[in-house]
Structure formats: C-alpha cells, structure tokens
Design a binder for this molecule. Structure first.
Ligand code: ATP
Length: 293
C-alpha cells in the first residue's frame, strides 16, 4: 500500500536548510496496522504529512496505492486526499463543530462531498462506541469521546488508509487503550491500513509492527511474532516489554546501509571509523584496530 524509497524532505527557511528525512525507506502492506516511533525531531510528522498529501517530498520515491506522490498534480492531490486518506491528530477535537451533534459532525464532510450516507455515519459512531451518544452536542462529550468522534469523521469518506499523528497524546491511558482497540477493530472489520505515529512505546504492543525512525531514517523494526488469537478470533495484545511479542530487527537498506544506535557507538568509542569482520555467520563491528602495532 505504501512504498517509500530514498525519501528526502528538505525544509528551506531563509538562511537554513533542515533535512527532515534523509533517504528513508518504508513499506507498509495493505491492511497492516503499524506504528512509527521516534524521538522529537526525528521526522515522524514530516513523513506522515507527506503520506497524507499535506506536504510535498523533495526527492526519492513515495507511492501510496496507485499514486506517485512525487509526481502527483495539485488537482490529483485533492482527489488523493479525499478518497485515500483519513487523518487523525492529537487535538482533532479542535476541528469539530461544538454546536452540532456527534452525528451531524460525522455527516458534515459527507455532505461537503455530496455523499451523505446517514446509515454509514451511524455505523461509524457505533464502531467507535458512541451509539448512545450520537445525538449529543459535541460540547456535551468528554475529550476522549470527542477524539472518538474525530476517528469516525476521518473514516466518513471511506479512506483506504488511516494516518494518526499522536492520536492518544492528550488522553488518559484508559482512553488511549480504548482508542487503540477501536483502531484494531476497524483494521479487522474494514481492512483499512493504519499508520500511527507516536513517541509512546507503550503503544507498540498494540500493533503488528513498529518501525523506529532516527534522524530521518528508518533504523530498527519490531515485528510481532505470536499475536495470541483466541477461539473467537480476538487478538490479545500484551504490552510491549511484558511477554515476548515483538522481535527486533535492524533495517538494512537496498545498498546495504544500516544505522548503529548511538549508545553502542559511544560504548565502543567509535566515531568516524570501525573495524568489520565476517566470520561466516556473523558480522562483527568493533572499534577500529590500530594500524600500527
Ligand atoms: N515547516 C518546517 N520548516 C522547517 N523545519 C521543519 C518544518 N517542519 C519540521 N521541521 C524540522 O524537521 C525536523 C523533523 O520534524 P518533525 O516534525 O517531522 O519531527 P517529529 O519526529 O514529528 O517530532 P515531534 O515528535 O516533536 O513532533 C525537525 O528538525 C524540525 O525542526
């Protein structure tokens, strides 16, 4: 569904160039629910904004379904955003209309694109657990409930992909769990591809795969090994760290580059060079062997 290769994004300000993504590779399968994790400034939002068509890439390649986001025209971009992408932000509730009901809020974007479907709007609110509250005005709902209305709205145009930037950033842990469970349910019920950007490692246990971004590059991947599926097909997801659910891999790009964590380099006092040996099974990287001696 998503394929980025050598993706570069450079922000140019008056006297400064910031390389936010410096040749990032990422593939996301259709129907996958995955998270992108990274520290502040690592390029997560930049990547999500490019995937969501809110920002243009500078170089490299990025495809979402049939769309080539490097070559897409402005007109096609409007169509892409309308038909392919659903977006959720941390403070989505700010964009909702407080004097309308939850249902009217979900119907609004449908009306704007002349595709009003009340039954589907109700279905969406039921999916996010707001069946009983759909006629309440927005200001009568809690922050977490408003965030769930925002999720329903993001799906109102039946997107193929849901992009969520810190969707649980401003809610308590119970609501956060609930939101992640809703994502999982939507992922399974309608097969929508979900990409969640967060710096919260505790969300990792709730997705199939986590890709870590460091300095604008994908560095490490964690893949869920044994999701426990019970007789009803429910996946029980243990928290990251408790119980072995994710296996860690380092990402190696097409030309064989990988990122070594800074802490490893510091521990071995490796700065600009290292020694590398191959013993037939393992590649061993160590501090540079002195040439003298
Ligand atoms: N519009 C912009 N103009 C200039 N620089 C920008 C712009 N947007 C982002 N950057 C820079 O690009 C880099 C990556 O930013 P980005 O917002 O993608 O990081 P992030 O991982 O999402 O961080 P956070 O978790 O704090 O939101 C940062 O150095 C940031 O300062």
């Amino acid at each position: 569904m998503i394929s980025c290769e050598g993706l570069v994004k450079i922000y140019k300000t008056e006297d400064l160039e910031v390389v936010a993504l410096q040749g990032l590779n990422l593939n996301v399968r259709e129907g996958e629910m995955m998270a992108i994790i990274g520290n502040s400034g690592s390029g997560k939002s930049t990547l999500l904004n490019i995937l969501g068509g809110l920002d243009r890439p500078s170089a490299g390649s990025v495809h979402v379904g049939p769309w080539d986001l490097l070559k897409i025209t402005d007109e096609q971009l409007v169509e892409y955003k309308r038909d392919t992408v659903g977006f959720i932000w941390q403070n989505n509730a700010r964009n909702l209309l407080p004097y309308l009901s939850a249902l009217e809020n979900v119907e609004m974007p449908m009306m704007l694109s002349s595709k009003l479907d009340r039954a589907y709007a109700k279905q969406l609110l039921e999916w996010v657990g707001l069946k009983e509250r759909m006629h309440n005005k927005l200001h009568q709902l809690s922050g977490g409930e408003q965030q769930r209305v925002a999720i329903a709205i993001s799906l109102s145009n039946r997107p193929k992909m849901l992009l969520a930037d810190e969707p649980t950033g401003s809610v308590d842990s119970r609501t956060s769990d609930m939101i992640m469970d809703i994502f999982r349910k939507l992922n399974r019920e309608i097969g929508i591809t979900i990409v969640i950007v967060t710096h919260d490692l505790s969300l990792a246990g709730k997705v199939d795969r986590v890709v870590a971004i460091r300095d604008g590059l994908t560095s490490t991947e964690f893949i869920k090994r044994n999701p426990n599926i019970d007789a009803d097909g429910n996946i029980s997801l243990s928290q990251h760290g408790k119980g072995e659910v994710h296996e860690e891999y380092v990402v190696v790009d097409r030309v064989g580059r990988l990122q070594i964590p800074k802490s490893y380099l510091t521990a071995l006092q490796i700065t600009d060079k290292a020694s590398m040996e191959f013993d037939g099974e393992r590649i061993i990287i160590s501090s540079p062997k002195s040439l003298e001696g």
